[in-house]
Design a binder for this molecule. Structure first.
Ligand code: G6P
Length: 611
């Protein structure tokens, strides 16, 4: 949700900033802009993608070794050149980029307008930089103090970087609620929303904490908190490799990430399961084993795809660990005065670890005394730093905006948590655990096999690419898989799609079924198999077209369905991990055939740091 990047040092800032913006484009692509300071402060910005900005400046000599850039996901003010960041103060000396929302901007703007400030955009961000300028003018304070005083009066979330025409060697960066990483080089510093723009220059990073302000010069870094107390920075080593950020021969990041799943699921389980011993080991939550043994209730909070993973987790944890689980949309949970106590365990699931609603839900649960765990992918992100304990998914950077490998990794972690808790609570026998862990260990190979259906899926996608609607049905833990299949299709192909529990279809969606309606049904040979077959018959009787995801060798469903996609046989708890694969490929190929921008679907952003 807006990406920001900045550089101060001895090199030309432009190539670093523009490359950084490409890496951060997953966070928003409504507009892009750059500020450079050489002899004067220059701003270049354009509605559209980072590549549009590049074309816009291609004949300009982009000089300056102090610079910053922004890629925007619009909140306040439509996507346009004038609303693009960077924004400037009235005297044009200060410039700002911002990720987040200044909630009290309207009040501030009113006061500033009354004092004669003139605004060039509709954004909350421009108000903030005018506010800083106003404080400087009123008090005569230097920029550092003026920024600190302004931030003390701001309500909302922000990660900002400020440059001043009068300070050719200074970037001021601050955060509250939106992420910010500082890269520490020799005679140079980098700032960015995540480490991806930084990794090729340095592996030493500092994650700025909430309410901290960094004053960054090429040979000096000073971090203070908002109360003006100096903070000791903690430098960490990045694990990220540059190759992880490239497409590696695939046409799109999404396809690469779909194909990475055998490896990402394997990485997620590595060192955590011991099939022969029937043992699950989760170092990140080990200290809370007693809590898990005695827990009365688990609440899972998440958004989007991560929420779907949470629903799979609910089936698994209730089935094997016999603990009641509630799965909540983080955005709803936080606004409805939920009943939570110290007895509860709240698990936040988040690929980015930065989703604003999920963070706010966690903060609320923490305030009420609950133990909070995180299941996150991005190491060092805000959610893992807020939680008491957690389990990383280790899927590697996910760049395609539509989540794929992060989902299967989340489901894998939740499977591990279910078995770990079951083992601790004695709700699963040792022999069953040995059997299940042995099968779980083989899931990467089964996913590899499921990917072999790709050509068949291309044929099916070409048959249905012009559909306007599509229904996805599943029962049990395949219901969240149906939801996820529908979400993938609508996100990237813009075909309207709904996921439904197969049996609920007759209470409404059945009215939509006619010869134009493709219905994707997850009909693997497990506990609800016979019931799902009845649901298939109900669709067929009304002329709908069935695309069935079936267990390898199933000829019964083949005889009824219009199209079948086979997946390898697996035990019931692992069906979501395998059945998701063909649905991801179906969405991908359909979107490609419809000419959609698969990696950057319209209006979406990968990391939603606004509420
Ligand atoms: C956005 C993304 C989704 C993601 C959701 C939650 O909507 O486009 O892919 O599932 O946010 O994000 P999180 O990082 O918390 O998993």
């Amino acid at each position: 949700m807006c990406g920001i990047v900045g550089y101060v040092g001895y090199r030309d800032a432009y190539p670093i900033v523009i490359k950084g913006l490409h890496r951060l484009e997953y966070r928003g692509y409504d507009s892009a802009g750059i500020a450079l300071l050489d002899e004067e402060l220059k701003i270049y910005k354009k509605a559209g993608k980072v590549s549009d900005l590049e074309s816009h400046v291609k004949d300009i000599d982009m000089v300056g070794s102090l610079g910053m850039g922004h890629t925007r996901w619009a909140t306040h003010g439509a996507p346009s050149d004038r609303n693009s960041h960077p924004h400037q103060s009235g005297n044009r000396k200060l410039s700002i980029i911002h990720n987040g929302i200044i909630e009290n901007y309207a009040v501030l703007k009113e006061t500033l307008l009354a004092k004669g400030h003139v605004f060039m955009s509709d954004t909350d961000t421009e108000v903030l930089i005018h506010f800083v300028e106003d404080i400087q003018q009123e008090t005569g304070l230097d920029l550092q103090d003026a920024v600190r005083i302004a931030l003390n009066k701001v309500v909302g979330a922000y990660a900002i970087v400020i440059m001043s025409a009068d300070e050719p060697d200074l970037l001021i960066a601050a955060r509250k609620g939106s992420p910010m990483v500082i890269g520490v080089g020799e005679g140079e510093y980098f700032v960015a929303s995540d480490a991806t723009p930084i990794v090729e220059y340095t592996k030493n990073v500092i994650y700025l904490n909430d309410n901290e302000i960094a004053y960054i010069r090429r040979n000096d870094l000073l971090i203070k908190n908002i109360d003006n107390t100096v903070q000791a920075p903690y430098i960490q080593r990045l694990e990220l490799q540059l190759e992880m950020l490239e497409k590696g021969g695939f046409e799109h990041f999404m396809l690469k990430e779909i194909y990475e799943q055998p490896r990402s699921i394997h990485d997620c389980m590595r060192g955590r399961i011991y099939p022969q011993e029937g043992k699950v080991q989760l170092g990140g939550i080990k200290e809370y084993t007693e809590k898990l043994k005695n827990i009365d209730r688990i609440i899972i909070v998440a958004c989007g795809t991560s929420w779907h993973a949470g629903l799979v987790g609910e089936y698994l944890i209730e089935e094997y660990a016999r603990v009641p689980v509630e799965v909540e949309y983080a955005s709803e949970f936080r606004y409805r005065n939920p009943i939570i106590s110290e007895k509860d365990l709240v698990i936040a699931i988040s690929q980015s670890g930065e989703t604003a609603d999920t963070m706010a839900a966690l903060e609320l649960a923490k305030e009420k005394g609950a133990t909070i765990f995180g299941v996150c992918n991005v190491v060092g992100a805000s959610i893992p730093r807020l939680t008491h304990a957690g389990v990383y998914t280790h899927a590697g950077p996910e760049i395609g905006v539509a989540s794929t490998k992060a989902f299967t990794a989340q489901v894998t972690v939740l499977t591990l948590i279910a078995f770990y808790t079951a083992q601790q609570r004695g709700t699963i026998t040792q022999s069953k655990l040995v059997e299940y862990l042995t099968q779980l260990n083989d899931i990467p190979q089964l996913v590899e096999k499921a990917l072999k259906a790709n050509d068949r899926i291309v044929e099916i996608a070409s048959e249905f690419k012009n559909s306007s609607n599509c229904l996805f049905l599943g029962r049990g833990s395949s219901f969240p898989v149906a939801l996820e299949g529908a979400l993938k299709l609508k996100e990237i192909s813009y075909i309207h799609a709904e996921g439904y529990p197969a049996a609920e279809m007759k209470h409404g969606p059945i009215a939509l079924i006619d010869e134009n309606m493709p219905v994707v049904v997850i009909a693997t040979k497990h506990s609800s198999y016979e019931k799902v077959i009845s649901n298939i018959q109900e669709v067929k009787a009304r002329g709908g077209h069935i695309i069935a995801i079936v267990t390898e060798g199933d000829n019964d469903v083949r005889a009824m369905a219009d199209y079948v996609i086979e997946i390898p046989e697996t035990a019931e708890p692992f069906v979501p991990l395998v059945a998701t694969i063909p649905l991801q490929l179906l969405a991908y190929h359909t979107a490609v055939m419809r000419g959609c921008n698969v990696d950057q679907p319209r209006n979406l952003a990968k990391s939603v740091t606004v509420e």
